[in-house]
Ligand binder design. Structure first.
Ligand SMILES: O=C(O)c1ccccc1NCC(=O)[C@H](O)[C@H](O)COP(=O)(O)O
Length: 260
């Protein structure tokens, strides 16, 4: 089992328990009553802005690096990202390997006006309704974990709930699938999930497959302003940056550098 399959399996187990305590029908009713986001689809709007957009990630730990932030002042970090010029915030809620929690997202949501991505390993519609209730404006759909039928129906569900979906691909085949299935935002992950090595060439190589009408996000391994300058010169719309911002003592300066 590779790391994504392990994460998918532990997520499925986690949701079996959750559905017992709070049935899907109830969650669905609550999510559908939730006030529509204003303006609509703020995550996509933030990534479409002129210049390179920066999605700043809040993650305590990761499978490749272990603990990244032991004290983890997530509310302070969210505020720093917002004041420092971030365009959106990605919040890890996956508990087993990223040590995330749902409450990180629900506590950050009322504090900042930036759109929030719920970063979790989506394997069931329950998580999408839940993301809406936690205050997210977008969710992650990973091509490697989902069938075509799942991606299509989850994209429709997101649309109905006013959520954006970041559809993640790792290679040419997954990128082509994401386009064919109607993704409006495609994130190419530069991290090889077998070796955990990152290579920004992955995004650069796949950029030309994606028409300009679809937002292209380069994810993982972005560390310097030289990295973002190269990515921008290849027409990449947005970057998703986690570890390097989490470890920085000058997050605003780093975001400014990324935006050039
Ligand atoms: O970060 C990991 O180790 C990881 C391992 C397995 C699956 C996903 C993983 N990360 C999720 C992400 O997409 C990153 O957190 C995100 O792109 C930011 O990456 P980075 O800037 O390298 O922290």
């Amino acid at each position: 089992m590779n790391i994504l399959q392990q994460l998918a399996q532990s997520t499925k187990n986690r949701y079996k328990g959750k559905e017992v305590n709070r049935p899907l029908a109830l969650l669905k009713e609550q999510a559908e009553l939730c006030t529509p986001l204003s303006p609509a689809f703020p995550f996509a709007r933030a990534l479409r802005k002129e210049g390179l957009s920066v999605i700043c990630e809040i993650k305590k730990a990761s499978p490749s690096k272990g603990i990244i932030s032991s004290d983890f002042p997530y509310l302070e970090i969210a505020k720093e990202y917002a004041i420092g010029g971030g365009d959106a915030i990605s919040v890890l809620t996956e508990p087993s390997l990223f040590l995330g929690k749902d409450r990180y997202l629900s506590e950050i949501a009322p504090l900042v006006s930036l759109p929030l991505l719920r970063k979790d390993f989506t394997v069931c519609p329950y998580q999408i309704y839940e993301a809406k209730l936690l205050g997210a404006s977008s969710v992650l759909l990973i091509c490697a974990l989902l069938s075509d039928a799942d991606i299509e129906s989850y994209l429709q569900l997101c649309e109905d709930l006013g959520l954006d979906a970041l559809v993640e691909a790792h290679d040419k085949q997954e990128t082509e699938r994401a386009i064919a299935l109607g993704a409006k935002i495609i994130g190419v992950n530069n991290r090889d999930l077998k070796t955990f090595k990152v290579d920004l060439e992955t995004s650069i190589r796949l950029r030309n497959l994606v028409p300009p009408s679809i937002i292209f996000v380069s994810e993982s391994g972005i560390e310097t302003k030289q990295d973002t300058r190269i990515l921008r010169s290849h027409g990449i719309d947005a970057v998703l940056v986690g570890e390097c911002l989490m470890r920085s003592f000058d997050k605003a300066g780093m975001i400014k550098g990324f935006k050039g």
